[in-house]
Write a protein that binds this ligand. Structure first.
Ligand SMILES: [Zn+2]
Length: 134
């Protein structure tokens, strides 16, 4: 039943890069959190300083000195926001495949014939066709 979804997920297999913006406050600051499990200190930094002055490869915690690359300093709330955005993107990317699977499952079934019979003036719903194999 999930052939198309599985095919799409295999196509998407491997790291996918997405850009999720973390909004700053009205003064241009945003929250960061030390990724060290012993520290987890929160601090605020100016967005332009983080973008222009902080090295992507290595950021130091102002409290404990822990170092990690600049992608590791999300607060729990920001990390949840990024996770939701990534899930929404993967849901959107597998949407056409999910529709094709539903159509394949319904095609020829009693339910599909009933759906078509109930709307005689309208053509069958236009669902995406299977993309050409690469
Ligand atoms: Zn720290």
């Amino acid at each position: 039943m999930f052939d198309e979804v599985l095919r799409e997920l295999r196509r998407l297999d491997g790291p996918q890069k997405i850009t999720v913006s973390v909004p700053s406050d009205v003064e241009g600051y945003f929250d960061r959190e030390c990724p060290s499990s012993e520290c987890r200190a929160g601090f605020r930094v100016r967005e332009d300083d983080w973008r222009d002055k902080v090295r992507d490869e290595e950021v130091f915690c102002p409290l404990c000195g822990h170092s990690a690359d600049s992608q590791q300093w999300l607060t729990q709330e920001q990390a949840e926001h990024v996770k939701k955005a990534a899930l929404a993107l993967s849901f959107a990317k597998t949407g056409p495949a999910r529709l094709m699977d539903v159509r394949a499952r319904l095609r020829g079934s009693r339910r599909w014939r009933l759906l078509r019979a109930r709307s005689p003036r309208r053509p069958a719903p236009a669902l995406p066709t299977r993309p050409a194999e690469r």
